[in-house]
Write a protein that binds this ligand. Structure first.
Ligand code: ZN
Ligand code: ZN
Length: 206
């Protein structure tokens, strides 16, 4: 498995291109902007993208979805509870962000424990409501794509529409911190971490 991190768009949300080293099949997670850079990366590495996957639907994570769908013609995957947010630019905040209003409809709806297969890889969907209702993390081998649920040394905001602090803490404690401590956390913003480091040093979890 290969994972590329591209801080994309003016909000620099981490876009991850994840692909199977053997088959070159891959997915794009959270393309928030810079479609040209993402496409160039895909072409240079000869990756065949199978899906675009959203950890959640905020504007800074979806800014390049339409351009990439036009270019790559692949299905968009998001959690079923994220539909309302995705189709409403006021709730997904794109209406007030630099990229302008975005309305999206997922092609495939995800649920907790769904498996996303590409190449020889399997990603497990973990529904982690709290930052948004339909937020997910994606577990791939020893890696966890954590979206805006968990950051290095911080946690996702819960003051936006659809946010809920108790849900977020339940998600993190009951679904994320139970993972193997060596799991590498790849968040929606900023640098990577591990489950162990977050248990030890994240001030919001202690
Ligand atoms: Zn967000
Ligand atoms: Zn974000």
């Amino acid at each position: 498995m290969k994972i590329q991190r591209i801080p994309a768009g003016i909000y620099a949300a981490n876009c991850y291109i994840i692909y199977c080293h053997n088959t070159k099949e891959g997915i794009i997670v959270d393309p928030g902007g810079d479609a040209d850079t993402i496409i160039e990366n895909i072409k240079n590495n000869k990756i065949e993208i199978k899906y675009i996957v959203l950890t959640h639907g905020h504007g800074d994570h979806i800014g390049a979805v339409k351009e990439l769908k036009d270019e790559l013609d692949v299905p968009l995957l998001a959690h079923e509870d994220e539909q309302e947010l995705l189709k409403n630019p006021n709730i997904n905040l794109s209406a007030t962000m630099a990229m302008g209003a975005i309305e999206l409809e997922p092609d495939i709806l995800l649920k907790d424990k769904d498996i996303i297969e590409f190449g020889n890889l399997k990603g497990e969907v973990i529904h982690t409501p709290g930052h948004t209702r339909g937020g997910i993390c994606l577990k791939l081998d020893d890696y966890l794509i954590s979206g805006d649920t968990l950051f290095k040394g911080s946690i996702g905001r819960t003051d936006l529409l659809g946010g809920n602090y108790k849900d977020l803490m339940d998600s993190i404690k009951n679904k994320i911190l139970i993972l193997d401590e060596n799991t590498i956390v790849l968040p929606g913003h900023g640098q990577s971490s591990t489950i162990l480091d977050e248990k030890l040093y994240n001030p919001f979890l202690n």
